[in-house]
Design a protein around this ligand. Structure first.
Ligand code: HSE
Length: 340
């Protein structure tokens, strides 16, 4: 399976490391062999090698600051744009992991559209593209007979979408609610342990949990994007992002955290989605509440269903390898379905 990566930040690098580390196992156990044929970034170069790039050399090059330091070899092309690669690159799956643009989802939407039109499957972690492009991209994918998969966009590689869309198919889900942003949950947990807001945020950035612009995390917009994605995936509703009720954690003070603790409660940033509405807000939960004990970058989601009652999934919500695995799980699905 040849893939082309658009974006090579924390998530793209996590994916490349995973592919390299798991290559023998994936081939042996599942007959899946993933080759990275292209990597394009906005400002750190672009590489295209139809026979496959070396993941280790890609990681060495990007750590030195630019893909331009990747060793020369016959057949290697440099400098192609994401759009050119999406349309003309010779690979099976486009993986979109460029930073989420929560204003209009571009340029990822155009790149994904071009890839689908060119007969490629698409796997993405990019939330902005789904918030603004889910409906049109889904239609394009169906018309092209290609898959558009995005498990990594909600709760990283923890199979939240696959649980809701596939394992629970046949149940009616009336609500999804939970903690879907790793950065803010990490900050709230660290503040509960006495760290300052600024130090906790800096640590979340250092660990690769935060968005390129962490305002999206702390103001609740990243969780809101995930709520929109859940609404689309579970209920076929495209909620208008700019009309949602969204409140983040940036106004919470050390004093707020301390008074909740004194009352036996903890602050959590909760997203809630029903077929009618989607919203995000910080809530004080008693420490006996299951979500109150989900700490650090861990996330949790509860689906309320007609046949199974409540089902809660707890797992990693952010991180390089964890999000890389979300992408890999989608590749596995494409591999199982198409045999590529
Ligand atoms: N910034 C996001 C988070 C990354 O903290 O949850 C995963 O989507």
């Amino acid at each position: 399976m040849k893939v082309g990566l658009i974006g090579f930040g924390v998530v793209g690098q996590g994916f490349a490391a995973l592919i390299s580390q798991k290559a023998a196992d994936l081939s042996h156990r599942y007959g899946l062999e993933v080759q990275i044929a292209a990597v394009a970034t906005r400002s750190r170069g672009s590489l295209y090698m139809p026979d496959g790039l070396n993941p280790e050399s890609l990681l060495t090059a990007i750590k030195s600051g630019s893909l331009d330091t990747y060793p020369d070899q016959a057949g290697l092309r440099r400098g192609l744009s994401p759009l050119a690669l999406a349309s003309e690159g010779n690979f099976d799956v486009l993986i979109e992991v460029s930073p989420s643009n929560l204003k209009d989802g571009q340029p990822a939407i155009s790149v994904i559209e071009a890839a689908l039109h060119a007969g490629k499957h698409v796997v993405l972690a990019n939330k902005g593209a789904l918030v603004y492009g889910y409906e049109s991209l889904s239609k394009t994918a169906v018309a092209a007979g290609k898959r558009l998969l995005f498990e990594a966009s909600v709760m990283a590689g923890t199979p939240s979408l696959r649980l809701g869309m596939q394992s629970l198919a046949g149940c009616a889900i009336s609500e999804a609610r939970g903690i879907v942003n790793g950065t803010t949950n990490f900050i709230l947990t660290q503040m509960g342990d006495g760290l300052s807001y600024a130090d906790a945020l800096a640590e979340a950035q250092r660990l690769g949990y935060a968005e390129t612009d962490p305002t999206a995390d702390v103001e609740g917009w990243d969780a809101a994007a995930k709520a929109v994605i859940l609404g689309a995936a579970l209920f076929g509703r495209q909620f208008a992002f700019d009309q949602m009720q969204v409140k983040g954690i940036s106004q919470l003070t050390a004093q707020d955290i301390a008074s909740a603790a004194a009352a036996g409660e903890r602050w959590k940033l909760i997203a809630r989605v029903t077929p009618e509405a989607a919203a995000v807000e910080p809530m004080r939960l008693p420490i006996t509440h299951p979500l109150a004990n989900v700490s650090g970058a861990t996330n949790a989601i509860t689906y309320t269903t007609d046949l199974m009652g409540d089902i809660t999934l707890v797992g990693a919500g952010a991180g390089a390898v964890q999000t890389g695995f979300g992408l890999l799980s989608d590749l596995m699905e494409i591999h199982r379905e198409t045999g590529i």
